[in-house]
Design a protein around this ligand. Structure first.
Ligand code: HEC
Ligand code: HEC
Length: 216
């Protein structure tokens, strides 16, 4: 019995308590990201263009756009892929040879590119149900409103809450599902996992569609 309890504690501990990322926002790390060289980043980004687009706007909806994203967020994701805190074989492969400086340079370049442009504005009446989660959250399920962290327009917030406005719906849905299932677990304090695990598949689909149509 005791052993079973211990085993269960270890499993839940791994799901929620495991170190999410190895990047801590020390003054040194923030300085490193700030000092990123966009010119060098542009050269390094040649390897990435096939999937993420020439200037970080991806043409394939399975590949996230990177243009206009927060540099601190980009830096941390690259670091997380490299050390395995965020698991993706493709991205682990493309980050394995990058130094911390390379990642800061790439982050500097992508963050300065114009974000994806939406051709048509969202029709709010289409999203009435899901807007409640976005604006008010759901206190019964202890889900805070998305916009307290991601910003009123989904534009993201310092230090590393990503911009989600204008991101591809396919990618947003896929990554929210990954938090929901615990496959993506590099979020500090499990903030996104605790939220996503309570969302239904339909809510995830609608939230992804809503944010994809917002103009960043
Ligand atoms: C063969 C295609 C491919 C190439 C080449 C590639 N990526 Fe990716 N990238 C992906 C996919 C697929 C994902 C989403 C993976 C996931 O779900 O975690 C991704 C995710 C990312 C993310 C996370 C974005 C977010 O919003 O969280 C960053 C940052 C990133 N890539 C940067 C790069 C950089 C920099 C390079 C070049 C050094 C690169 N990628 C090369 C396919 C690629
Ligand atoms: C408590 C603050 C907070 C709230 C509330 C919150 N988020 Fe997040 N979200 C974050 C942080 C921080 C990250 C980055 C986590 C990481 O590094 O994996 C994130 C990441 C994400 C990502 C991944 C983006 C990418 O490029 O991969 C999506 C999608 C997302 N959130 C959607 C939502 C939605 C939809 C809601 C509302 C239901 C929401 N978030 C509520 C803080 C929050």
């Amino acid at each position: 019995m005791m052993r079973l309890t211990l085993a269960l504690l270890t499993i839940t501990g791994l799901a929620h308590g495991a170190p999410a990322t190895q990047v801590a926002w020390t003054p040194e790390t923030q300085e490193l990201v700030k000092s990123g060289d966009p010119g060098r980043g542009e050269k390094l980004a040649a390897t990435c263009a096939g999937c993420h687009g020439e200037r970080g706007v991806s043409a394939n909806s399975a590949f996230p756009s990177l243009a206009g994203q927060l540099p601190t967020y980009l830096y941390r994701q690259l670091h997380d892929y490299k050390d395995g805190s965020r698991v993706n074989p493709l991205m682990q492969n493309f980050t394995s040879a990058l130094s911390d400086q390379d990642m800061a340079d790439l982050a500097a370049w992508y963050s300065r590119q114009p974000p994806p442009e939406n051709s048509k504005a969202a029709d709010p009446s289409q999203f009435e149900d899901i807007l409640r989660l976005v604006r008010q959250g759901d206190s019964k399920r202890i889900i805070p409103p998305c916009r307290v962290c991601h910003g009123k327009q989904g534009q993201g917030e310092q230090i590393d809450t990503p911009r989600i406005a204008g991101q591809s719906a396919t990618y947003l849905e896929q990554t929210l599902k990954a938090y929901h299932d615990g496959e993506r677990h590099n979020d500090i304090y499990g903030r996104m996992r605790l939220i996503a695990e309570q969302l239904t598949s339909e809510e995830i689909r609608q939230l992804a569609r809503y944010y994809a149509t917002l103009q960043p």
